[in-house]
Design a protein around this ligand. Structure first.
Ligand SMILES: [Zn+2]
Length: 259
């Protein structure tokens, strides 16, 4: 049984027997894994904070080939992200990101870009104001989906390639692209996209989470930001549901409810 060592973010855990727990973790080198942490619930456990949800830790585990539940050997805390659990305004967004990761990532497949995104997001969210938190979350969703192959293309008409300069655009959620007025068909359902959202999406496509979360491509006033974040969230929800990336929206944000 090989012994593996990797950095990981703890996505969640559940009790196992009286003194143990099973954790779900997104690792830098092995994708998502489930680990049995024997004795983790005893007061003297050496694991304690390293296995709390949102913690970034270095984990050492025995990798079993016969089952998907591996055996944790050691855990050392790198970063606790304790503030995420304490702040009611930002906790739901951290929980939703972990829930999404647990749903999106099915197996033990390495994806360094996704790992980096998750860690960057939790670090930025920990420092976020309540106004910034939803924005960071939807940027996380945008980049997470993009890394997994679902990037909406708001550059040009997907049928003819024409780039237009207008006040609003039509977006085809199944095709994942814009369509120009001449190529729009009555039988198809489109989302309406404002010029602001199109510009934002274009700048996001040429950036990464770390850079984008420094807000330079956003309106400077809070109400302008809130409006754009609302539009971005509605757009991503619709696009990702149609693409089948989500079966349903994360429960921890109450995103399933229409607002
Ligand atoms: Zn066209």
């Amino acid at each position: 049984m090989p012994l593996y060592k990797t950095n990981a973010v703890v996505l969640g855990s559940r009790r196992f027997g009286d003194t143990s727990k099973i954790i779900s973790a997104y690792t830098a080198e092995f994708g998502k894994v489930h680990l049995l942490a024997k004795g983790a619930l005893t007061p003297k456990s050496k694991f304690l904070s390293a296995l709390e949800t949102f913690s970034e830790s270095e984990l050492v585990f025995y990798h079993k080939t016969t089952t998907e539940l591996h055996l944790l050997s050691q855990a050392a805390l790198l970063k606790s992200h304790l503030r995420l659990a304490d702040k009611v305004e930002i906790f739901p967004f951290a929980a939703a990101a972990c829930e999404i990761t647990d749903e999106w990532i099915k197996g033990e497949e390495q994806n360094p870009a996704y790992y980096q995104l998750l860690v960057s997001f939790l670090n930025r969210l920990e420092m976020a104001t309540p106004v910034q938190a939803p924005l960071f979350f939807w940027l996380f969703v945008y980049y997470g989906a993009s890394i997994l192959g679902f990037r909406p293309n708001l550059e040009a008409c997907f049928r003819c390639g024409k780039k237009e300069d207008k006040k609003s655009y039509l977006f085809h959620p199944e095709k994942g692209g814009l369509v120009c007025a001449e190529d729009a068909r009555e039988s198809e359902r489109y989302l309406k996209v404002s010029a602001d959202l199109k510009n934002l999406a274009q700048s996001l496509a040429h950036s990464d989470f770390e850079a984008a979360s420094h807000l330079e491509s956003l309106p400077s006033d809070a109400s302008g930001q809130a409006k754009l974040v609302k539009e971005l969230s509605e757009f991503l929800k619709d696009f990702l549901l149609v693409q089948g990336v989500w079966k349903e929206l994360p429960g921890s944000l109450g995103l399933g409810q229409k607002n």
